[in-house]
Design a protein around this ligand. Structure first.
Ligand SMILES: NC(=O)c1ccc[n+]([C@@H]2O[C@H](COP(=O)([O-])OP(=O)(O)OC[C@H]3O[C@@H](n4cnc5c(N)ncnc54)[C@H](OP(=O)(O)O)[C@@H]3O)[C@@H](O)[C@H]2O)c1
Length: 320
């Protein structure tokens, strides 16, 4: 292993990123050492508290790469040198905008055989957030065309974003009717990926859309703000508003919400076993990642501009 490797370091104090030469990580006895190929960027990640609480924060919360070293103790889910893997890793450790990194066995999954490294790096954070939003938190059933989901609907705000595009595809796979809320111009992609209905958002439009309707079982909010506030009004009685962008309860309007609607905010869990189910769905051609663009590590500035203000269609990926 080289003594230093190219590493993108974030300074929360000066709010600046610097591409530096920095020592590679030393795996703990439970960690794998991985030669990275690509990492995915996520809007807002530079200001999230957890990743920036570690001593040397590095952006890029998920990756795709090849195992180069494994823990000495055997594991029930072994990964060996040469295996192509991907993962979302703990927010309390440095990320993956560097050429070597580490991951726990519990975080790792086999990479889909049908994807290249850039496509694979676009998956873990977004697909796991969508799976947990719909099934773990939203209470919909995680099974192909499940009878349990018959007649149920989910409304997805921010449906053209990385997480929203996965939520649409997983809704289609599990037999849940989906309503995608998007800005004008993004109707085509969300329809292609499974939206049963598309609402082009204009202020007040969601309240209007919900008027006279029973409402949806689950609102999955991937946008926050005004859109989240209006989305409360389209959940049916006893339904749920599940959010990842901002805590739904902070945006509950004072009028127009049906009885017993619950708000739930969550932070995505790193879960290699769940990610491996997504691997299987990808290889079976049921779902797929959408990559907006791929940038070199030296182009980190442009890559972050694209994520934060460039309205990407799908995930922005950095080749490390
Ligand atoms: N809690 C967690 O564990 C967790 C995990 C992953 C992500 N997140 C957060 O969840 C959010 C969604 O993640 P993401 O990766 O999908 O990122 P994203 O790039 O923020 O995607 C959000 C989508 O929402 C759309 N949108 C925003 N405001 C809108 C509006 N008023 N009308 C219509 N569409 C609107 C955006 O469209 P435009 O591009 O046109 O603006 C974009 O397509 C982000 O804030 C991210 O930081 C949280």
């Amino acid at each position: 292993l080289p003594t230093t490797i190219p590493t993108l370091l974030w300074s929360p104090a000066s709010k600046a990123l610097t591409l530096s030469s920095y020592p590679p990580p030393t795996p703990t006895p439970s960690q794998h050492l991985i030669e990275l190929h690509s990492t995915g960027l996520t809007r807002g990640e530079l200001t999230w508290p957890e990743p920036n609480s570690c001593p040397h924060p590095i952006p890029g919360r998920d990756f795709a790469g090849i195992i180069v070293g494994s823990p000495p103790t055997p594991s029930p889910r072994p990964f060996r040198p040469g295996d192509r893997v991907y993962a979302l890793t703990s927010f309390y450790r440095p990320g993956h905008a560097r050429t070597y990194s580490v991951a726990e066995t519990t975080e790792l999954a086999r990479m889909p055989a049908t994807l290249d490294f850039h496509e694979a790096a676009a998956v873990p954070m977004s697909a796991l957030s969508a799976w947990q939003g719909l099934f773990t938190k939203g209470g919909l059933t995680a099974e192909e065309r499940s009878g349990e989901n018959e007649g149920k609907s989910v409304l997805i705000t921010g449906a053209s974003g990385p997480v929203g595009l996965w939520a649409l595809q997983l809704a289609r796979w599990s037999g849940v009717r989906s309503v995608a809320v998007v800005r004008t111009g993004k109707e085509g992609l969300v329809s292609e990926l499974g939206a049963d209905e598309v609402v082009v958002y204009e202020e007040g439009g969601l309240r209007e859309w919900g008027e006279g309707k029973v409402g949806v079982e689950v609102v999955f909010d991937c946008a926050g703000g005004k859109l989240l506030k209006e989305a409360w009004t389209v959940a049916k009685s006893g339904g749920k508003v599940v959010g990842i962008a901002e805590p739904p309860k902070d945006h509950c309007p004072t009028d127009g919400v049906k009885e017993d609607v619950k708000g739930e905010w969550f932070i995505v869990d790193q879960d290699g076993v769940m990610l491996e189910k997504i691997t299987d769905l990808i290889d079976a051609g049921k779902v797929k990642p959408v990559v907006d663009s791929v940038w070199k590590l030296e182009e980190w500035g442009k890559a972050f501009d694209k994520v934060e203000t460039g309205h990407p269609l799908g995930r922005v990926v950095v080749q490390v």
